[in-house]
Design a protein around this ligand. Structure first.
Ligand SMILES: C[S@@+](CC[C@H](N)C(=O)[O-])C[C@H]1O[C@@H](n2cnc3c(N)ncnc32)[C@H](O)[C@@H]1O
Length: 236
């Protein structure tokens, strides 16, 4: 997958294929930790309970829902380039009264369809790893944030603690693609998950990219033995 365009097409197709099973697999394969991770992420925006936030790479809207749930007067613009994922999430929320706080928009996280300095928060859960051009995505996130607004990136990382690291690698490479492939009918999508986690930046590298993009007060907080990391950056 040499070119950005190739990666985008591949990622969009894979998420479209697994969209009906995404939520189920997500909770099952993370042993329900995903809810906690999204709760922690949303809590970081407690200083901005009103106004608009952007949930970038929103998928089936689980983080958008948590962001809405934690602040009654918040509007969440949920951007994703895979229409099937957004439709699946919108359908699941059909009877949820929080749906009125969420506005799904089909668009590219590398060319965010929002005005500059228009949101107080940008969240990206498990999306940055999938971007074809991470630097371009970060530049766009900085652009749409208001000065003083916060970027929150929740992303898989690799635990380094002995034993935990080995168990995790065995689970990620051997068990997860099999179960997920069997349930979703698309083993390639979950082989991609394992390889994209293995090939992703170390937390210090991603932090450096945040600083290079222009964010300040950058920090990384490992969660659940470092299986995921929450990155925070502020627009000066
Ligand atoms: C692993 S899912 C995460 C969904 C959701 N944020 C969550 O917490 O479960 C990654 C999402 O990123 C989206 N995505 C990847 N690249 C994108 C891009 N360039 N622009 C918009 N969405 C993108 C995919 O379509 C997919 O829905």
């Amino acid at each position: 997958m040499e070119h950005a365009g190739d990666k985008k097409g591949f990622v969009r197709r894979k998420f479209a294929a697994i969209s009906p099973r995404y939520d189920l697999l997500n909770s099952m394969l993370s042993f329900h930790c995903d809810r906690y991770w999204r709760w922690v992420t949303s809590r970081e925006l407690r200083d901005f309970p009103e106004g608009t936030v952007l949930d970038c790479c929103a998928g089936t809207l689980p983080l958008s829902l948590e962001l809405a749930r934690q602040a009654d007067d918040r509007l969440v613009v949920a951007v994703d380039f895979c229409e099937e994922m957004l439709r699946q999430g919108w359908h699941t929320l059909a009877t949820n009264y929080r749906r009125r706080q969420i506005k799904p928009v089909c668009g590219d996280g590398e060319e965010i369809p929002l005005r500059s300095a228009s949101v107080w928060g940008v969240t990206v859960a498990f999306g940055v790893r999938n971007l074809a051009r991470v630097e371009q995505g970060l530049a766009e996130m900085l652009r749409v944030l208001r000065p003083g607004g916060k970027l929150l990136i929740l992303e898989f990382s690799r635990p380094h603690t002995p034993v935990i690291k080995d168990v995790y690698n065995f689970y990620l490479n051997r068990i997860l693609p099999r179960i997920a492939g069997w349930i979703s009918g698309d083993p390639e999508a979950y082989e991609y998950l394992a390889s994209s986690i293995a090939g992703f930046y170390e937390p210090e590298e991603l932090l450096a990219m945040l600083r290079d993009a222009g964010f300040v007060q950058c920090r990384a907080q490992p969660l659940t033995f470092g299986v995921v990391t929450l990155y925070v950056g502020v627009k000066p």
